[in-house]
Design a protein around this ligand. Sequence first.
Ligand SMILES: NC(=O)c1ccc[n+]([C@@H]2O[C@H](COP(=O)([O-])OP(=O)(O)OC[C@H]3O[C@@H](n4cnc5c(N)ncnc54)[C@H](OP(=O)(O)O)[C@@H]3O)[C@@H](O)[C@H]2O)c1
Length: 316
Amino acid sequence: MKAIVYRRFGPPDVLELADVAEPRLRRGEALVRVEAAALNPKDVLVRKGRMRWAGALTLPRTPGYDFAGQIERLHPSVQSSAGVAVGDEVFGMVQAMRGGTCAELVAVPTDELAPRPRGLSAERAAALPLVALTALQALRDLGELRAGQRLLVNGASGGVGTVALQIARARGAQITAVCSAANAAMVRALGADEVIDYNEQDPTSGERRYHVFFDTFGNRRYADARRVLLDEGRYVTTVPNARSLRQEVLGRLGLSRARLVVVRSRRRDLENIATLVEVGVLEPVIDRVLPLEKSAEAHAHLETRRARGKVVLTVG
Ligand SMILES: NC(=O)c1ccc[n+]([C@@H]2O[C@H](COP(=O)([O-])OP(=O)(O)OC[C@H]3O[C@@H](n4cnc5c(N)ncnc54)[C@H](OP(=O)(O)O)[C@@H]3O)[C@@H](O)[C@H]2O)c1
């Protein structure tokens, strides 16, 4: 099958389209024929070799965590009660460091996929899983965001941010979005009641106090965000580093109000996300769609950190 592979860590030009062996199905897995895959900053970090601390990263590798496609085969261990069948149109996120969705076929545990939202193309469905799971798990589980509460989303125009705005709007929050002036109109359309241009104003200063400070971009420390948090307010970041990992440990012990979200692929959450799409409160925001063979160009664009929403690759 065709797949994007890289044989050494490095810049986007290490990516090449190659013929590789089909993935071997393991217990509990479905073989998915990929129609579209979406990229995330994690793909860039892994490709650069910057995430070797997070686990053994073997080479050659195929990038990609998000996918949408059709189930082609099931491992014999998958029971009919698993709720998946050959021919199902599905979307999902491959958990942890494994990756491999930038290929014609990928093997996925059946609890890391769900039926694609009705009426959504593969390209649009592939744009959702990782960022929507992250935003949902951050706002619902760690931020415990409730109706009427005030939320600040830093990095509101990116992959995670554009989904976080819509999920927060659906939960009835009052939203302040932080982005560059060029993206102000877009974030308002996605649910922001107020927009801060980070070139004009420091979002960790000012009079307004928030119940939840969601730092999707990862450049605002808890120590600074506290200035604009209510006493009971919570800070959630997406970016692991020594500081946020320490805060996460303290947060789990109830000694800090700062948490680090570590996205988990869960069928139940994917089903929730599909429902949000189907009832019309969530839609993917796509910066651009490129064919799989233009993966190097897609990675280079994502690396600018200026993408408005998602960069999607079509496969086949
Ligand atoms: N821990 C986890 O499980 C997890 C899960 C998902 C993502 N993440 C991490 O979360 C981060 C964001 O992911 P993403 O997919 O949203 O990234 P992304 O789509 O690449 O983010 C791009 C956005 O960042 C904004 N941005 C650039 N400079 C900024 C600044 N100084 N202040 C605020 N916003 C700025 C840009 O908006 P403007 O052009 O308007 O500035 C652009 O829209 C990444 O580091 C990713 O690795 C972690």
